[in-house]
Structure formats: structure tokens, C-alpha cells
Design a protein around this ligand. Structure first.
Ligand SMILES: Cc1cc2nc3c(=O)[nH]c(=O)nc-3n(C[C@H](O)[C@H](O)[C@H](O)COP(=O)(O)O)c2cc1C
Length: 707
């Protein structure tokens, strides 16, 4: 079969392991295990879906070799005893059934072993760590999250500075786990030598201050990992694939691992007998932004330069990750810059990505929107999930199964919840009519795509999928009782979104104040007449022209056009600092506006997942946005907003325009009236209460199962 990704689709090899293509699923701790680190049906279904999707090899992330000792989370997969062999064998069997290989990433937490901290055990380390640099990690959590976070149960942290005997014990744990992996039918093991865990805490000069044979020069700091590789090798034999994941760099960490050291380490590991190197990175974790600036990067291709540098000193293959698009992976692999791409978030969003590429249908791949829902779960000991793919970790519950009897379903509302419902119902075999009041599909996600560009990927994907299915899409069509009577549906899905009312803020009716709906109309060029009192006729004409020329139909074009012109003054105050307010602040600041965000809430960024929130707040600050949570008596005056702080001090901020980014609530009025009229009604998305894209997609999946 011809393929548009010839290099990604070519077979490869790691040691003795033959691989059908160059796409792996990278190690991701999924926290899907049951009691005692055991994999059950849920884990098997999660891996089976990804094996079926066509990846050559899947890696079970962070498999604990000492469970519960040294583990990050109670729900981590374990291989610390022979009792775990059948549990891993179950996963290996389902993965093999679908023609993929299975690797296990062997892991021991060390300094970041949260379970040890929670259960009062000392954490294993090379040296007692220096106090962390003051950072913003804690400030990123909402107050209610702090109580739920993993660290809430940590009373005191104590340290076990490892002796040579402890080192021997640790190495034996890895060797034993590798032997069990082989016995369980796993096809190879990756030793986790990065991300602040035990081996990298020894390798990094920032955390290793020893003066014995484990400290000082790289050869000494790498000794623990090198000895573990040798011990594993002697347990599993020459032919069993063994490799290491290492940090190519520790970004922003004073005295941390550098690329030169990583190259040296990779050479030492090659000499010790590894079959490959996985090039990753790490960072200073006291600075929240770095979580998405290192091993789970926001910057596309962040780790590629380091991977290329490491490959240049090795003979064994190099695997790398980090927001690498298939086109880029294909190019780099074709050029011999690295050998395998290990995808994480992309395979949470769409397990079938490899098969879709192979079939020449990259446009059908459901895209990750970099919302960090997946990894933020880790901070709360919760299992992996995906905002755009509600089936992730719910493979059995939310699978699209053929409908038993074909029904006619009318979906009302063409936002993400409506489109996803329509798509799923059509795939089940139902007859679907999708009614959208405005002249285009997208709903709130259009506006969300302007403020945060990655959202546009899922908007466009949903539109493409709806267009490709036989769904009767009716734009500019209201769901009137008359129409519904004519359509005579068996069931109705209401996905009409939230209602946005102007909260009672003094001065909220002034001409320089825009509500969320006003902004939406202005930017999307919809219902401009309602803005008469607030905008000049020239502005409305410009917005209308944008709408007619199609500019306002494309979030990407709007993002570009608004860099040159926007009908807003220089100084803008946003009242409301949840997801919409924070993303809007960043968008406006990037367009040269001086922005202040003020809210009564004690912490900003509710609605964003912690890892994304860290980044969004930090980027907003970097752009000069003034963030003012915990303010009272907010009022809008002439060219200004006034408020008081927690100490009762009065503040005044000048404002050419004020944007009120709050006041959205669920709205079940239509659903209730249709139910009263005798229809069988389901509700999806923000009409149930604001749940953003994630809530809409999850509701759509559940409703599609129910119909
Ligand atoms: C939910 C989640 C969990 C992760 N857990 C691990 C882990 O257990 N071990 C590891 O080495 N990397 C872990 N990572 C990092 C990934 O292996 C990978 O390096 C990163 O996601 C970048 O690749 P991507 O852009 O394709 O997602 C995790 C990433 C995610 C998103």
C-alpha cells in the first residue's frame, strides 16, 4: 500500500525486536491499576485499543519495581513481585493479539516518590536535597484543589541517603523486575533514567552532592544506572531488548544535566549494553511552567535537537518524543536524525493515529488540543483521561457499537457537544439531523479557538467528520416545536450551550463594557446590530466585512487579522479570571494591549487543568498582564475599574474597555420544554453547566451509548 509517511511506516529494530513501523506509544503513567499495582480489564482495554490502532510498540509507563516503595501513586502498575507476572501477561497478550509489541518502563521514584511521602517512608536519594528555589508551583493550585492534591496527605518528608548496600538492593529490584517482564511476555524493558527519579537524581549534579564513588564525575554519577543496566542484562540475556530513557537536558535547573553530559551518559550506556536510548528532558519542577516546558512540552519539537545530538554519538537507535507532528517525524526519521517517534498525547487523543496515517488519512486523526487534562490527573492520583477523546480509559464503556435499532435523532446545537453527539450517533447507524441556529458549526469552540489556537484543531476535525458522515446538517435553523413535529424524531439531543448573562456589576451597562456574548458577536461578526450602543458603525462594518469575506469564519484568520486591528482600546480590564478570562488576557496582551484581570475568586484559572494553568498564568505574567485575584467591590466607572483588596485598600485601574468574562451558566429551558412536550430528550455539554470541551465530549459519548 502506498503511504504518505514512508519513513514512519518503514519497519525498524531495537536489538532483537523487529518493529512493524517507527511509531511507539511513549511511556505514560496511566494510574489505571487496581489494588496492589495489578492490571485489570480496564488497563487491558486501554492498551488493546492502542495496539489495535497500529503503533509498533506500546510502553507501559512507570512500572514500579519496588511497589509500594518508590512509587509515585497508589494506582501505578507494579512488577515488584512474582504475583504481578499474570497481571502484566494479561496486558502483553492483548497487545500481541493486535500485532504490537509491549515494553515496560521500569521505575523507582526516589526523591519524587509521592507514595513514600504519603505513607511516611523516607524517600531514596543520593544526598539530602537543598531546599527548592522559591517557585510558583503552589500558587497555581486552586484552593479546593490543594485539599484534593496528592501532597495534601504528606506530613513530613524524610530522606534515605543511599548506601552502597541500598544501591545493590535497588539494582536487584530492577534486575528481578526485568526477569519478570520477560517471563510475562513483555518484549523489552526501558529503565527510567530521567525525570528526577532515582537514576537521574544520581546523574544530575543539582541533586547529587556525594563525594564517594557515586558522586563527582559523570562516570560516578552514572554508576547506579550503568550497574542496573548490567545487572538487568545479565538477568535477561544478550538477546532481550533493554534500553534507557534519559534526560537530554534539565531546563531551567541550576547545575542540572546538560546536553554534553547527556551525550556522555548515552555513550556509557551504549558501552554497558543498551539496545537504544530514549531522549527526553526534565526541568526545575518548582517553576510550574516548566512542566509543560520539558518532558511534556508545549513547544513543538522541543526535544529534537537534543535527540539529534545524542544520536550523533551513538550506534544504537534513538527514540524521542515531544509534540512531534507525524510529518516532522517522517522527515527527521527519513534524514536519519533519530529512529523512532514515541507519541504520548497524540495516542491518548487518537489511538488509531498510526493506522490512519498508513491509510493516507492524516486528516482523520483526532488532534490533541494541548489542554493537559491527561497529565494534570497525576497531581490528584487520578487515572489518565483525554478531553477530546472520552473513550480514553473508558474503552469498554464508551466504545461506539452498532445500534440495535435505527432511530431518528435530532441534535440541537452545532457546538462541540452537538457535533460529537451527531458524529457518534451517525457512526452507530442512526439517522441524524443536526440543527444549528447560526450560519455555521462550531458554537463556543470558535471563540475558544481564537483565544487558544490548539482548540481550532478539534473544531476543524469535528467539522470534517460531520461533513464526511451522512448527517443532515441544517444551518440557520431554529428548533421550533413546528419543525420538531415535522421531523418527528425518536429522540432529541439538546446541546445548545450555556447562557451568558451579565452579572450585576455596577457600571456593567456602560458603553465601553463588553460581555462575553458581545465579544463573541464582535469577533465572529454575528448579530452585530445588538452592539449598536457599544461600537462605532465603522467597527461594525469592519466586523461585518470580516464576516462576509469569511475572515471571521476562520479562527486562524481572526488571530492574524487582530494582530493588525481590533476595536478595543489600549487599556483593557477583564473582570473574571477563569479559563475564558485568562486565555483572553493572553490573546489581548499578545496584541499589544495592557491587560489587567481582576476577580473576586482567590485563585485564577479555574476551568484550566493545573499543568495548563501553570503555563497560562505564567505566560500572561510574562506578557505583562496584571493578575489580581481576591478583589472585592468591583465596579466599573468612567474609563476605569475600581475595587478593594483583602486589606480593604481601594484600587483604581484605567480602562478604555472592560470585558466581563463571567456569568456563564447551564440552561436547560429548551430541554425542559421539549420534555414537557412529550419528546425523549438528552442533554449534552454546557447546557448542563459549564464543562468546556472536555465536558461536552464526555457527555456526547455517554448520550451516544444511551441511544
Ligand atoms: C499523562 C502522561 C503521563 C506521563 N507519564 C510518564 C511516565 O510515566 N514516564 C515517562 O518517562 N514519561 C511520562 N510522560 C512523558 C511522555 O513519555 C512523553 O515524553 C511526553 O508526553 C511528550 O510526548 P508527547 O508530546 O507525544 O505527548 C507522560 C506524559 C503524559 C502526557
Amino acid at each position: 500500500m502506498s503511504s504518505s509517511f514512508p519513513h514512519l511506516m518503514q519497519p525498524g529494530r531495537i536489538g532483537s525486536m523487529a518493529l512493524k513501523n517507527r511509531i511507539f506509544m511513549t511511556a505514560m503513567g496511566d494510574n489505571l491499576a487496581e489494588e496492589d499495582g495489578m492490571c485489570g480489564a480496564r488497563t487491558r482495554a486501554y492498551y488493546a485499543a492502542r495496539a489495535k490502532g497500529g503503533a509498533a510498540m506500546l510502553t507501559v509507563g512507570s512500572v514500579s519495581v519496588g511497589y509500594p516503595v518508590g512509587s509515585n501513586c497508589q494506582w501505578q502498575v507494579a512488577l515488584s513481585g512474582d504475583r504481578h507476572i499474570p497481571s502484566i501477561k494479561g496486558v502483553a497478550d492483548v497487545v500481541h493479539e493486535h500485532g504490537a509489541k509491549l515494553a515496560l518502563q521500569l521505575h523507582f521514584g526516589g526523591l519524587v516518590a509521592m507514595t513514600d511521602m504519603k505513607e511516611g517512608r523516607p524517600v531514596w536519594c543520593p544526598s539530602v536535597p537543598l531546599p527548592p528555589k522559591p517557585g510558583d508551583v503552589m500558587d497555581g493550585f486552586l484552593l479546593e484543589e490543594i485539599a484534593q492534591a496528592d501532597f495534601a496527605n504528606v506530613k513530613e518528608v524524610s530522606f534515605k541517603v543511599m548506601t552502597a548496600q541500598d544501591a545493590e538492593h535497588l539494582i536487584q529490584m530492577f534486575a528481578d523486575a526485568a526477569a519478570r517482564a520477560k517471563e510475562a511476555g513483555a518484549d523489552g524493558v526501558e529503565l527510567h533514567g530521567g525525570h528526577g527519579y532515582i537514576f537521574s537524581s544520581f546523574i544530575s549534579p543539582a541533586s547529587n552532592r556525594r563525594t564517594d564513588e557515586y558522586g563527582g564525575p559523570l562516570e560516578n554519577r552514572a554508576r547506579l544506572l550503568i550497574d542496573a543496566v548490567k545487572a538487568v542484562r545479565s538477568q535477561v540475556g544478550q538477546d532481550y531488548p533493554v534500553w534507557c530513557k534519559i534526560d537530554e537536558e534539565e531546563f531551567g535547573k541550576e547545575g542540572g544535566i546538560t546536553l554534553e553530559e547527556a551525550k556522555g551518559l548515552a555513550k556509557l550506556l551504549q558501552s554497558a549494553g543498551v539496545d537504544a536510548i530514549t531522549a527526553s528532558s526534565y526541568a526545575d519542577q518548582s517553576q510550574g511552567k516548566y512542566h509543560s516546558g520539558s518532558n511534556i512540552p508545549h513547544e513543538p519539537e522541543l526535544m529534537i535537537p537534543g535527540a539529534i545530538a545524542i544520536k550523533s554519538v551513538l550506534d544504537v537507535p534513538v527514540i524521542t518524543s515531544g509534540r512531534i507532528e507525524p510529518e516532522a517525524a517522517d522527515k527527521y526519521i527519513g534524514e536519519g536524525k533519530f529512529d523512532f517517534v514515541a507519541m504520548g498525547r497524540k495516542l491518548l487523543a487518537d489511538p488509531d493515529l498510526p493506522n490512519k496515517l498508513k491509510a493516507g488519512k492524516p486528516q482523520d486523526v483526532r488532534p490533541c488540543i494541548y489542554c493537559y487534562a491527561c497529565v494534570s490527573q497525576i497531581y490528584f492520583s487520578k487515572n489518565v483521561k483525554c478531553a477530546v477523546n472520552p473513550e480514553t480509559a473508558f474503552e469498554r464503556e464508551r466504545a461506539i457499537e452498532p445500534a440495535v435499532g435505527r432511530k431518528h435523532v435530532v441534535v440541537i446545537g452545532g457546538g462541540p457537544g452537538g457535533m460529537e453527539s451527531a458524529r457518534r450517533l451517525a457512526l452507530k447507524g442512526h439517522k441524524v439531523t443536526l440543527l444549528e441556529q447560526s450560519d455555521r458549526l462550531g458554537g463556543t469552540i470558535q471563540f475558544a479557538s481564537i483565544a487558544y489556537a490548539p482548540n481550532e484543531r478539534i473544531l476543524n476535525w469535528l467539522k470534517r467528520q460531520v461533513a464526511a458522515l451522512s448527517i443532515d446538517v441544517r444551518l440557520k435553523t431554529s428548533a421550533t416545536p413546528e419543525l420538531l413535529k415535522v421531523l418527528d424524531p425518536d429522540e432529541i439531543v439538546v446541546a445548545t450551550g450555556a447562557i451568558r448573562t451579565m452579572p450585576p456589576i455596577p457600571g456593567g451597562d456602560r458603553a465601553n463594557v463588553f460581555s462575553g456574548d458581545d465579544m463573541r458577536r464582535l469577533v465572529l461578526g454575528e448579530n452585530l446590530d445588538t452592539l449598536k450602543g457599544k461600537t462605532s458603525w465603522t467597527t461594525r462594518i469592519a466586523a461585518k466585512a470580516g464576516s462576509l469575506t469569511g475572515v471571521t469564519r476562520s479562527p486562524e484568520l481572526i488571530r492574524e487579522a487582530t494582530k493588525a486591528w481590533m476595536p478595543l482600546g489600549d487599556k483593557i480590564v477583564i473582570i473574571g479570571g477563569e479559563l475564558v478570562g485568562v486565555e483572553l488576557a493572553e490573546f489581548l496582551a499578545e496584541r499589544g494591549r495592557k491587560v489587567t484581570v481582576v476577580d473576586e475568586a482567590p485563585r485564577l484559572g479555574a476551568g484550566l487543568h493545573i499543568v495548563r494553568r501553570w503555563r497560562a498564568l505564567s505566560e500572561a505574567r510574562d506578557l505583562g498582564v496584571v493578575l489580581l485575584p481576591g478583589m472585592n467591590d468591583i465596579a466599573i466607572g468612567d474609563d476605569r475599574v475600581t475595587f478593594t483588596d483583602a486589606d480593604g485598600q481601594n484600587h483604581v485601574v484605567e480602562a478604555d474597555n472592560v470585558i466581563v468574562a463571567k456569568g456563564a451558566t447551564g440552561n436547560l429551558a429548551l430541554a425542559d420544554s421539549l420534555t414537557a412536550a412529550g419528546f425523549k430528550v438528552h442533554t449534552v455539554g454546557d447546557c448542563n453547566g459549564v464543562g468546556y470541551i472536555e465536558g461536552a465530549m464526555a457527555d456526547a459519548a455517554d448520550v451516544a451509548v444511551a441511544i
